[in-house]
Design a protein around this ligand. Structure first.
Ligand code: SF4
Length: 337
């Protein structure tokens, strides 16, 4: 039996029951694919339902604004995904009469859609022969065929894409792609690989040479950047505080935050006080947390100050839940009494 037939047979028996597998509507598949980038399935499922409830179709999504959208996305991280979805929805409305495309060539032109997402949507919704290449596919195939190429190189991706074209089932490309992803996450897992129950173990080159743990590999180790973010949380007597919208293209673009002082190393409250350009009555407390992103470790300190006679526009602490905040700030807010 061919590789693809064996894999699809396994998939039909073992596939996970996921809500987006009950539909072939490109809009819904797109929503699920974007949510699932960098997100665990269990967490993604909840957001999938919430997103579709708020934006059941492309025209509802295109009508929204950054702030409302980010509120729905709050906690998922990688917020540029959501902002790109908004841009894409407007392109679909203007250039495709509001009908979400299902073919690879149109999909790949939309903001936020790369080869992986275009391949997934076009194979599932349009039966196009477009193999997906993601972390699961890299892992599974690099072990099966002992592919000695670093997966952080662009030309490796091209190699895997070509290999995918050779392996894909041309009759059921959507099922094949979903089967590859499920097999990579359920059997050929990163550390707890299930070689003893793997259908392909007799042909798997890494298994047969006892080198499974060596695949896949990267050329460079990711260098983690340490950042020190000092948030100034002020409270007035009538329990109001100051928040600002984040600009620029860095992390958390367009989300809200407290006034920020970023430093090169950890700072004491006295060092922070020297930087303040407002008068405060009393320093109340400091809370530290660490938050990890893919390439950054954020060392976050919240300095709370009691103030009076503050001129800026302030927000009632009870109303903070109406604004989208990054996850660590939200956690801090949720712990306020
Ligand atoms: S035998 Fe092990 S390493 Fe090889 S494909 Fe199967 S699960 Fe992956």
């Amino acid at each position: 039996m061919k590789f693809s037939e064996k894999l699809i047979e396994w998939y039909r028996v073992n596939k996970r029951n996921l809500p987006w597998r009950l539909t072939k509507q490109p809009y819904k598949i797109w929503v699920s694919e974007i949510i699932l980038q960098q997100t665990r399935i269990e967490q993604g499922e909840k957001y999938y339902y919430a997103f579709l409830e708020k934006y059941p179709n492309i025209s509802e999504l295109a009508k929204t604004n950054d702030e409302e959208l980010l509120k729905v996305w709050e906690g998922l991280g990688y917020y540029s995904r959501a902002l790109n979805m908004l841009k894409a929805s407007r392109v679909v409305l203007n250039n495709y009469k509001g009908i979400f495309p299902s073919n690879y060539d149109d999909l790949i032109k939309l903001p936020g859609i790369g080869d992986y997402t275009a391949s997934a949507i076009s194979s599932i919704c349009n039966n196009e022969v477009q193999p997906v290449v993601d972390g699961n596919v890299f892992r599974f195939l690099s072990r099966m065929f002992k592919i000695d190429l670093p997966i952080d190189k662009l030309k490796t991706k091209t190699y895997f894409k070509k290999l995918g074209f050779k392996l894909i089932d041309v009759v059921n490309p959507g099922d094949f792609n979903q089967a590859m992803m499920d097999y990579g996450s359920m059997v050929c897992r990163p550390k707890k690989f299930q070689c003893h129950k793997c259908l392909f173990s007799s042909n798997c080159k890494a298994f047969n040479s006892n080198t499974v743990m060596l695949y896949p590999f990267k050329e460079k180790r990711i260098k983690i950047k340490h950042r020190f973010l000092n948030y100034i949380f002020i409270i007035t007597n009538d329990r109001k505080t100051l928040i600002k919208k984040r600009n620029g293209n860095g992390i958390w673009k367009n989300l809200y935050e407290f006034p920020l002082i970023e430093t090169k190393k950890e700072s004491s409250v006295n060092e922070i006080i020297k930087e303040l350009d407002f008068k405060y009555l009393k320093f109340i407390s400091e809370k530290k947390i660490k938050h990890k992103l893919t390439h950054q470790q954020l060392n976050i300190s919240f300095f709370t100050f009691k103030v009076s006679n503050f001129d800026d526009d302030l927000t009632d602490i009870k109303a903070l839940s109406n604004y989208p905040f990054p996850r660590p700030i939200n956690k801090f807010i949720s712990e306020l009494v």
